[in-house]
Design a protein around this ligand. Structure first.
Ligand SMILES: *[C@@H]1O[C@H](CO)[C@@H](O)[C@H](O)[C@H]1NC(C)=O
Ligand SMILES: *[C@@H]1O[C@H](CO)[C@@H](O)[C@H](O)[C@H]1NC(C)=O
Ligand SMILES: [Zn+2]
Length: 299
């Protein structure tokens, strides 16, 4: 399925919004599909071969030509944000929220919690996981990364994602959120399965957002439609996970990490690579000439 080149932020906002079902906002995008795509809204993509990240341009042109694409190599000299930031999400209690295997990630639809990032008020929409990490920190990658996706409270077109790296610990002590979700994961091993996530402690996350230094840059969704205008906050506080909890996530998620993108403002990596390939027209012409020669010989 081909999507119109670049999805406006308004379209992304309505994909994210709880209220609008979004049947009309972009022709073929539905909220269910948006959920299926982790951050993004395109269901047909994968992390394998012909539908994998180097070919995501077939779903949305922003993936192959956008100049502020995510993820990137975060370097510790980048601009940081911390003063006044606030991600004091309440622990998930007895009522619980859907924890769904979308086929692209596992995602907790924990909505409505307030956050303050870079002076802007946001509302949490959901959070999901990647193995291995999508961002790197001074070129180091981590076994996992969790993304907290937010929408602007006053301006729904504003999107912010907080990324937190997750690393294994020698003492095998998991962050309490990770151990709780690793248990629940056993109920959603197959795409499409949902379990109600109850009693999920989030103290590690609160610390990684409120008290930590966060590297910030203008980026995009890391899944098709790769829409830009997303403000990223990558925390330098790392959550711990035991080896067995990590393996539980890894076996359900498989590999769901987009390849590294160019630094903000630089040429798109796919577009850059494509210029070294013979143009499609050249190949079609060469084929025609070969066929013409073959015809002459047989005539
Ligand atoms: C939770 O998941 C169930 C089963 O997939 C679905 O029917 C329900 O609408 C979801 N609830 C919310 C609030 O998303
Ligand atoms: C951590 O867990 C792994 C796998 O379960 C195990 O092999 C290893 O011995 C554990 N390490 C410690 C310090 O308990
Ligand atoms: Zn993500």
């Amino acid at each position: 399925m081909y999507l119109p080149g670049f999805l406006s932020l308004a379209a992304v906002a309505s994909i994210l919004s709880t209220a609008s079902a979004c049947d009309s906002c972009n022709g073929n995008l539905h909220r269910r599909e948006a959920e299926g795509g982790g951050e993004g809204g395109e269901p047909g993509f994968s992390y394998l071969g012909l539908t994998g990240p180097v070919n995501w341009n077939q779903f949305s042109q922003a993936c192959g030509s956008g100049k502020t694409q995510s993820p990137i190599n975060v370097v510790s000299t980048m601009q940081t944000s911390s003063y006044g930031d606030n991600g004091e999400y309440a622990d998930i209690g007895a009522t619980g929220f859907n924890f769904t295997n979308t086929g692209h990630t596992v995602e907790v639809f924990y909505r409505g919690q307030s956050a303050l990032l870079g002076g802007v008020e946001y509302e949490l929409q959901r959070f999901h996981f990647h193995t291995p990490s999508e961002h790197r920190l001074d070129n180091e990658w981590f076994p996992m990364e969790v993304h907290f996706v937010h929408q602007g409270k006053n301006d729904p077109s504003k999107l912010a994602v907080v990324g937190i790296f997750i690393d294994t610990r020698d003492d095998n002590v998991s962050d309490p959120m990770m151990s709780r979700l690793a248990t629940l994961l056993q109920s959603i091993e197959k795409p499409g399965e949902t379990v109600i996530a109850t009693h999920v402690p989030l103290q590690g996350v609160r610390t990684a957002i409120t008290s930590a230094k966060k590297f910030t840059y203008p980026g995009s969704l890391t899944t098709p439609p790769c829409s830009e205008g997303v403000t990223w906050y990558v925390s330098n506080t790392i959550l711990g996970v035991s080896v067995s909890d990590y393996k539980a996530f890894k076996s359900v998620l498989g590999y769901n990490s987009r390849n590294l993108q160019a630094d903000p403002g630089k040429q798109n990596v796919v577009e850059f690579a494509a210029q070294f390939l013979p143009a499609v027209q050249n190949r079609v012409q060469a084929k025609k000439e070969r066929r013409a020669r073959a015809t002459k010989w047989t005539a």
